[in-house]
Structures are given as C-alpha cells and as structure tokens.
Design a protein around this ligand. Structure first.
Ligand code: AHR
Length: 506
C-alpha cells in the first residue's frame, strides 16, 4: 500500500491523556493489585513497587478511580480518617475494607506522577456528597472537610483537577440508575455545588450515545461540563465469557470503534457543544469484564439461592467466576492489535477525544497481572509502552492508497476492515508512525512519501509474538517489543504479520 504524508496537513494536537487508565474496587485491582502490604514488593505505604514501576514505564498520565459500578453505592467518607469501618459493597456483593480510600489513591498517583481522576457517586449519592468530596480534596482549609483532610495528615490540598459525575447511570445494572429526564437536573445541581467548592476543576458526566439522554444532559448541564464520558467493551459481557478467534476480533477494529466516536461527536455538535465539550472515553477494552450473577435483576423468578455461609453457592456463583478474568492465556496478540487500532482512532479524532482510560490497568482484564512472585505483562501493555513513549504530539493528516482489507462474518454480520491501520505523528522534523498489521499470516509493505520533507534514517519497534495467539504467563514470555537497528530510510517499510509497530523516521 501507499502512504502520503504532508507535515503541513495537521489534524491536531494529540492529548497524552488518551494513554490513561482505570482502577476500580473490583476483584484484585486494588487489593492484591496496586495495594498489597503483605507483598514482598510492598513499599513503605503498602503499594506494590513493581506495579508502580510498570505504570511509570508506560508514562501513565491519569488514573480514574474508584469505579465503575462500585462508585454508585460508594460512601467516600467511609474511606478517610483513622478509623476505616468495612462496608458491604452492593455493587459487587463483597465486603470493602475501606483501607484504600481517597488519601491512598492520591498517594498512589503521586508515586506514579499521574493525574488523579475521581468518579463520584451519582447513584445513591447526592450533590452535597459529591461537592463535600471536592472540599475534602481541594479546599486549602475552609470548612469541615478540608480540616478533616488536614487532620488526616495532608496539610496541602490534593488539587484533583478531573471529576466525573456518575458512572453509567443510564443502565439498569447500575445502582441508582436514572431516567434521561432526571439526569440533566442531577448533573446540573451537582456541578453547581462542586464548582462552588472549586471553580478550577474540570467536570465530566456519564453519557451514552443516546439522543434523549444527551439532549436532557446537555440542555440542563452542558454549560458546566468540560467532558462527557463514554464506555465501550467489544467482546463478552458481565454474564457471557467469550473468547472469539483472532480473525473475528480483527473485524471489530474498524467501524465498531469509530462509530462510537462519530455518534458522540455528532450529538455534541448537533447540541452546540462540538467545540466546547470533549469526549473522555474513560472505560475501554477489547474484553468486557466477566462477573456473572451480579448485574442481574433478582426478580422473584430469577432469585438465586445464595447461601449465607459465603462458601456455598455464593462463592461458586459470585466469587469464583471472577477469577476467570485472570486467565493470562486469554490475552493474546489480538489484545495488542485491537488496543493499537483503538488508540489510532483516538489519535485521528484528537480534536474531540481528550482522554481515554484503559479499563482496567491492573488485573481483571488489565495489561498488568500481579502474582506473589512478580508481574505478567500482557500483550496490550507493550502497545502503551511504545505509543506513550514514542509517538509525537502532533497528529498529521495522511492519504492511504491500495490499502488491503479483511472481510469476514462476525456473527451474522459481514464486516470489512482495513488490514493496515496507521496514524502519523510529528515533532520538530521527526516522524513517529503507529502502524498495525492485522493480517494473521502475511506481511504488509508500505511505500511512504513525505511531501515537502525528507528524512535519512528509520527504526522500527514491534510488538509481536510467534503466532496471533501468542500470550505471556507466569514463566512464559512469548510477546514483547523487538527494536531494529537504525537503518537508512529508503521509503519502504515492511510490517510483520499480526503486529503493532512504531516506525521512527528522522
Ligand atoms: O464490568 C465492569 C463495569 O463495566 C464497570 O464497573 C462499569 O463502569 C462498566 O459497566
């Protein structure tokens, strides 16, 4: 295929916040994930130093916390102060120790040098509770909550800039779900109080590509918002553990991703917020999280006989299935290729996608898996390592010609996607091209012409494994980054099968 690039045809500035991550109080993400005082890797504050190092290695810019569904019943005040009384977490039907709360989250972000992004409880929570949380974090010393923070050992405000009102409150699975007609009012009243506590914060609100939901939200609260939050998972669901073939998953790397962004952009534009509000894609992953028997509505005819002994059907129906998210063999090159295609789409829509959070980053479906003696870095981790460290901050327009395509059936739907997915970034005379070859068998050749410019050398960094199904596990490393020597650039690059690449041209 042919690629033509003109450094003067600028799409926009890439926002490094698209390499963000999500951390929820679910399964082993917090306890046993980032926070494990009993671990041999624990630092003086009980955080896993190896996890923190891995998060710094991929230049984590922002972490969204504490949920996710968890937040829609979360009482933040239970998670601060000397005495941490355990809560019963109705979102996930487990006990929450409250040992990890706001102060610990802020400490984690400081260790990683990333921005904290707090999602508030708009399920059972109120505008008052949300704005009290802003007071606790951001007021210097006015009022009881700032004084509580000081008494808890943090004299200086945390300066949390990013806040989201609610999480998926449009969904029946969410505690405190809302109708579209009531959501805008709640967001407006919450935003009003939060901004009175700290007018410098940036606010998002739970959104979905639905006209009624967004007309109500934006007409009543659009003036308060910097962002709207959208979420997507592209395989499997809470109750359905899927593991489609590599070829099927590749068919979800085209319109399945871009349609979500196009629709959100169209709704914002139609309602007059196209250049005022950006999209925070603050939960995304190829793999949906698996947690059966939890989101269901326990109507009379569906009631599960969950024994109170916590070792009977409760363990079998609620706890043990969640361990299936931790099977490392699940996460193959498909996860790397999909993740790169998703990030490419965000970069090519950098005028409206300002943030994205991989969901989640540690354990469950994350890029980092923790176990007693170390970490497993799953294939998608290396995409973040290459993209966050090597891609440049200006996204260039480009022209592709003779692009090969892949066509196939995804269920009953015939889909066609580009075999090669490219994004071109640029800074100070140097190019960094994110290039994905989805073909499971064949290499792809790209002839590149740089209009009004020339470069001398190229270097290609590749994430790949022996096969499209390669994966990493404890004691098994099949996937990593291979970097070529610096070579003379002759205008042609070759992408190996099922690979994610960053090509540096200087
Ligand atoms: O499956 C995990 C859940 O996915 C998150 O808690 C929620 O935000 C989304 O529905």
């Amino acid at each position: 295929m042919k690629l033509t690039v003109n450094k003067n045809q600028i799409t926009g500035k890439a926002n490094p916040m698209i390499y963000g991550h999500f951390l929820e109080h679910f399964h082993r993400q917090v306890y046993g994930g980032v926070y494990d005082p009993t671990s041999k890797f624990a630092d003086e504050d009980g955080f896993r130093a190896d996890v923190i190092e891995a998060l710094k290695r991929i230049k984590t810019p922002v972490i969204r916390w504490p949920g996710g569904c968890y937040v829609s019943d979360y009482k933040w005040k239970f998670g601060v102060g000397k005495e941490r009384i355990p809560s019963y977490d109705k979102a996930w039907m487990v006990e929450e120790s409250n040992e990890f709360g706001t102060d610990e989250f802020i400490k984690l972000c400081k260790k990683i040098s990333c921005e904290p992004y707090i999602c508030t409880n708009a399920g059972t929570g109120s505008a008052e509770e949300m704005s009290d949380w802003v007071e606790y974090c951001n007021l210097k010393n006015m009022g009881r909550f700032a004084k509580q923070r000081i008494a808890n050992g943090n004299r200086e405000p945390f300066g949390v800039k990013y806040w989201s009102i609610g999480n998926e409150n449009y969904g029946g699975w969410e505690i405190g779900a809302k109708e579209s007609g009531e959501w805008g009012r709640l967001v407006a009243e919450s935003a009003k109080m939060m901004l009175r506590a700290d007018p410098t914060i940036e606010l998002s609100a739970a959104s979905i590509n639905d006209l009624d939901w967004n007309i109500d939200l934006l007409r009543k609260a659009g003036a308060f918002l910097n962002w709207i939050s959208i979420h997507s998972y592209f395989e499997g669901s809470a109750d359905g553990l899927k593991n489609n073939s590599y070829e099927t998953l590749m068919l979800r790397t085209g319109k399945d991703i871009s349609n979500n962004i196009d629709r959100a952009r169209a709704i914002l534009t139609a309602l007059g917020y196209g250049d005022k509000i950006k999209i925070a894609y603050d939960e995304w992953n190829l793999r949906g999280w698996y947690h059966p028997n939890t989101h269901g509505v326990y109507s009379i005819d569906q009631k599960h006989e969950i024994a109170n002994d916590r070792d009977g059907s409760y363990r079998k129906m609620i706890l043990e299935p969640r361990d299936k998210n931790d099977v490392n063999e699940t996460y193959s090159i498909a996860d790397a290729v999909f993740s790169a295609a998703f990030l490419n789409t965000c970069l090519k829509n950098c005028d409206i996608i300002g943030m994205a959070c991989f969901s989640p980053i540690v354990n469950t479906r994350g890029a980092i898996f923790t176990y007693k003696d170390g970490l497993v870095l799953r294939p998608q981790y290396f995409v973040f390592e290459l993209y966050a460290n090597l891609l440049k901050d200006t996204v260039l327009d480009m022209w592709q010609a003779e692009t090969p395509v892949m066509t196939g059936k995804d269920g009953n739907t015939t889909k066609t996607v580009d075999t090669v997915d490219i994004v071109v970034t640029y800074k100070d005379g140097e190019y960094a091209i994110g290039a994905v070859n989805k073909d499971p068998e064949n290499s792809q050749t790209i002839d590149i012409s740089l209009l009004e410019d020339s470069v001398n050398t190229m270097r290609i960094h590749t994430v790949r494994g022996k096969t499209a199904d390669s994966y990493n596990d404890i004691g098994k490393t099949e996937v990593g980054i291979e970097s070529s020597d610096i070579m003379t650039f002759n205008g042609r690059i070759e992408l190996s099968p099922h690979s994610v690449n960053v090509i540096e041209l200087k």
